[in-house]
Write a protein that binds this ligand. Structure first.
Ligand SMILES: NC(=O)c1ccc[n+]([C@@H]2O[C@H](COP(=O)([O-])OP(=O)(O)OC[C@H]3O[C@@H](n4cnc5c(N)ncnc54)[C@H](O)[C@@H]3O)[C@@H](O)[C@H]2O)c1
Length: 297
């Protein structure tokens, strides 16, 4: 997969065990001890992001919750505070560079640094790639790909400047490693996240940086991710320039909903993410057995 990999850097493996860490007992990595450190989670109000935020809090981290959904964000903040965690909630649209920069400013003002960054916020849409409107493409690429780009451009220089160990997890999908009919815009966005994160891995490794990177590629996970495109298609039914629900969309949404409802729990995903951070595993493939199904679309 990485033919032009610099030979001194070990390529991460996709479906096998990760390379073993080359550390002696006396140099156990700092990023296996999370207590007191700072985590930023985008898309933190629901689903996988919320489950990751819960683990961060359980580990004793200070948690910055970022989400576009004000009400859900306030709920998550209240629940985590009630459980005794130190929390900062920042309403953020990750597709906007200035919002992500504001998120970084608020985080550094409150806690003075970041150790774990989860670029997790994401949305999806249905439809063929020729039927998807410009607004579909801009929305999904804006959140899924530009959201991660803004996160990397904003936080990596700050985290490097801190000089401390850190870890960045970018959420892609199995659909960033395969393709699926009627979900093409999403696949394009997630392939971009995989490519961006693989490149980030090498660029940091070439500089011997203390920041490690992983790309999270879940299969179907039991969240409400399918509700958002459904609502959007219904709202757009008679809006000029937008696309309303078609029978094909209904069928795709039905299949996606069945897949997510019977999928892995977001809590199990969050636990796998933390195992991967501890083990410095690059590819976090939550359901490796589903990869060929995904390829078959
Ligand atoms: N659920 C799955 O089956 C599945 C599978 C593979 C990958 N993923 C990925 O996992 C990530 C989390 O998805 P989820 O399943 O938890 O979905 P979810 O809908 O439960 O949660 C996504 C969160 O992102 C927030 N969000 C949406 N647009 C945003 C924006 N512009 N700025 C900030 N926040 C925004 C939403 O408000 C929501 O709280 C996404 O990147 C998704 O693509 C999910």
């Amino acid at each position: 997969m990485f033919s032009d990999t610099p030979t001194s850097i070990q390529a991460p493996t996709l479906f096998h065990a990760s390379p073993t860490l080359n550390v002696s007992d006396s140099e156990v990595r700092d990023m296996r001890e999370f207590k007191g450190k700072v985590a930023v989670v985008t898309g933190a109000a629901n689903g996988i992001g919320r489950a990751i935020a819960d683990v961060c809090a359980r580990e004793g981290m200070k948690v910055v919750l970022a989400d576009i959904n004000k009400e859900a964000l306030a709920r998550a903040e209240a629940e985590l505070e009630k459980a005794g965690s130190t929390v900062l909630a920042v309403q953020t649209d990750v597709s906007k560079a200035e919002d992500v920069e504001g998120l970084a400013r608020r985080t550094y003002d409150a806690f003075g640094g970041v150790h774990l960054l989860f670029n997790n916020a994401g949305v999806m849409t249905t439809g063929t790639v020729w039927e998807n409107t410009l607004s579909d493409w801009r929305w999904v690429l804006g959140v899924n790909l530009w959201g991660v780009i803004h996160g990397v451009r904003t936080f990596v220089p700050l985290m490097l400047g801190q000089g401390t160990e850190g870890h960045i997890v970018n959420t892609a999908s199995m659909r960033g490693l395969s393709r699926a009919s009627s979900n093409g815009v999403y696949c394009v966005s997630k392939h971009g996240v995989v490519a961006l994160t693989e490149t980030l891995y090498y660029e940091l490794a070439q500089r011997d940086a203390k920041i490690k990177v992983s790309v999270l590629c879940p299969g179907a996970i039991n969240t409400k991710i399918v509700d958002v495109p459904e609502r959007r298609l219904i709202e757009h039914q008679n809006v000029p320039g937008e696309r309303g629900m078609t029978p094909e969309d209904e069928e795709t949404l039905r299949e996606l909903r069945h897949g997510t409802r019977t999928g892995m729990s977001p809590q199990a995903v969050a636990d796998k993410v933390f195992d991967a951070i501890r083990d410095e595993k690059f590819y976090i493939i939550t359901q490796p057995e589903t990869r060929f199904e995904s390829r078959d679309g």
